[in-house]
Design a protein around this ligand. Sequence first.
Ligand code: FE2
Length: 291
Amino acid sequence: MSANRFNAHSALGVGVGLRAPHLDDLFAAPEKLPLDWFEIIAENFMVDGGRPLQTLEQVRSRYPVIPHGVSTYVGSAQGLDPAHLRRLKALVRRIEAPWVSDHLCWGAVDGHTSHDLLPLPYTSEVARLCAANIRQVQDVLEVPFVIENVSSYAEFRASTMTEWQFVTEVAEQADCGLLLDVNNVYVSSVNHGFDPRTYLAAIPAERVAQLHLAGHARFESFIIDTHDAPVADAVWQLYAETLARLGPTPTLLEWDAQLPTFAELLAEAGKAAKLLAEVTAAAAPGAARAG
Ligand SMILES: [Fe+2]
């Protein structure tokens, strides 16, 4: 398979995370909102029935829905949880998901889950381990699996490569897609003192299936990836530059704490939609001649 299968849905547009406090506003909206799709936390819907699936079907009748996992833990040295993969596959089939994303991280040991997205040592050995796990996930799911770079606050002395080299090596070995979280790149760049543009320029463009944007909390010498605020100006700038490099790419605004009103969320997503529309217009056939 060629790598460009990961941007087969490049025109999907801008989405937001589906969050319970916004459901009433969503369903009360008289017509289609200025929004293209929703991302769901996969684990919240990996059930056999009941209210979550009814809600999901209601949303799906109006918008595409993409599942985003938080506990596949492809960095686990203990292998993957077969029951988790079975439930994830059932969800993927139920909602006809075009792809599934999760994080390049670890988070569980001996059956105990930390509920954190923990960073990995950036070594060839760990890259091989992650790639083997990702290949197993892809074999089970039968749709493209897309891996997200996490934000981090600590580094391992054992690392022998940069994060962007590691992400690229894993993606190439696993032959998987990438969910490039522009805010996470920025957060880690400040916390670890690298140039975010070096990172973003090194990521293989043909593998990027999706982008994430989010707000963060800035302290004097570090940043915490809080997802509780509007997107920072520096991240908007990096997003615009990333779109210019990649072309139109599905984009998801994450906002998980201190939730704004649904109208405020849509307004923030609208900023991404404006930038995405500019890049889409520039990429359209004949755009250069149109002046
Ligand atoms: Fe993200």
